[in-house]
Design a protein around this ligand. Structure first.
Ligand SMILES: Nc1nc2c(ncn2[C@@H]2O[C@H](COP(=O)(O)OP(=O)(O)O)[C@@H](O)[C@H]2O)c(=O)[nH]1
Ligand SMILES: [Mg+2]
Ligand SMILES: [Zn+2]
Length: 334
């Protein structure tokens, strides 16, 4: 057998010079892995770029200097074998953080400048727990990002028990003021519903692996032709794939940011005392607790516990609150 030929080292592209600010263009980061980013320029061109210089964001100790959704200035390459350079990061309207995968004490900016977040929720295949949903809702509430709950795969709900869970989850979140939409991303009759949700906006979409995110994005823009995976494969436990958020500009205007890793959405930068502010029904009642710093645990004359006992606050939401409170406590050492 012939000796395996040694792989030629990949020729590393050289970065363009930073040039003069008058030569810079504006664009949006649509993919970002390590120090290399893909920028969609405002005039429609895609440019692979490196980040030059320091992009220190005050108050955020993050592993990534720029994130998907960031508005930037960049210097386009002059030669085909050059990479562009991101020269300037424009101010962010908002952002979502998660724990960094590699650095214990750092955060990773998942995305920036989103108009809304969608939570893709599945009653079954795979089952999404309300605990998972509440963690997501707490984070988007904290960052003040309007959030809608999209329950997908309703075509698969056959038993009365499944229908009952669908109704329970729907009522629970509608009662809190969240918009809850039922769809089947494989059924074209929902296309208009999905389009109404997404057109013209930059949406962050989260949900379990296998909940149908890629299918939903393909439904609105089949040209994107995103890979979808069988549930059995998608939900295999213990598989550690390094995956990154990615922005898909839509032909209809707007864009979708698809992200795996939302299980790691960061709560650790929150204080225990502030968690209640991000549960709408707790926030609405906390002023009536006897103690202004009430954590709604065992304190006397707690309006929140009273509302849980009377059923005005759903016990599942209160359970989520307790679990997240514990998690913040445990996360404090990082
Ligand atoms: N029956 C049914 N299957 C769906 C629906 N949406 C997605 N799927 C399937 O669920 C699997 C996972 O979907 P995918 O889009 O890859 O999920 P992602 O991991 O969230 O991106 C694929 O086999 C899809 O065909 C739906 O509404 N109904
Ligand atoms: Mg996917
Ligand atoms: Zn209280």
């Amino acid at each position: 057998m012939a000796k395996k030929q040694a792989k030629k080292p990949k020729k590393k592209k050289k970065a363009a010079s930073m040039g003069d600010p008058s030569e810079w263009s504006a664009g949006t980061v649509i993919r970002s892995v390590g120090s290399s980013s893909r920028v969609l320029g405002d005039s429609g061109e895609w440019v692979d770029c490196v980040v030059r210089g320091k992009f220190r964001i005050q108050g955020i100790n993050s592993t990534n200097p720029v994130a998907v959704g960031d508005r930037v200035h960049f210097m386009a390459p002059k030669e085909p074998e050059e990479l562009g350079v991101i020269t300037e990061l424009l101010p962010r309207k908002n952002y979502i953080l998660r724990k960094a995968a590699t650095h214990n004490r750092k955060v990773h900016i998942l995305c920036a400048n989103v108009d809304q977040a969608l939570l893709l929720f599945t009653i079954d295949f795979p089952t999404t727990s309300t605990g998972f949903a509440d963690r997501y809702l707490v984070v988007t509430e904290a960052y003040d990002i309007p959030t809608k709950i999209v329950i997908n795969k309703i075509d698969l709900l056959e038993t009365e028990e499944q229908q009952a869970r669908l109704a329970e989850v729907t009522d629970m979140y509608r009662n809190l003021g969240y918009e809850v939409i039922h769809i089947s991303a494989l059924d074209e009759s929902y296309q208009d519903t999905v389009a109404d949700l997404l057109v013209g906006k930059t949406s962050f979409i989260g949900g379990h692996s296998g909940s149908g995110k890629s299918t939903l994005i393909n439904m609105i823009d089949p040209d994107l032709n995103l890979k979808t995976s069988e549930i059995s494969e998608a939900t295999t436990k213990g598989r550690h794939t390094t995956t990154y958020a990615e922005m898909h500009p839509l032909v209809t205007g707007g864009a979708i940011i698809d992200s795996p890793g939302i299980r790691e959405l960061g709560l650790a930068q929150f204080e225990r005392e502030e968690l209640g502010h991000y549960f709408r029904e707790i926030r609405d009642r906390m002023g009536e607790c006897k103690f202004h710093n009430c954590l709604h645990l065992q304190e006397p004359h707690c309006a929140v516990k009273a509302a849980v006992e009377s059923g005005e606050i759903h016990y599942k939401r209160y359970e989520s609150y307790l679990r997240l409170l514990d998690e913040i406590e445990e996360g404090k050492d990082w």
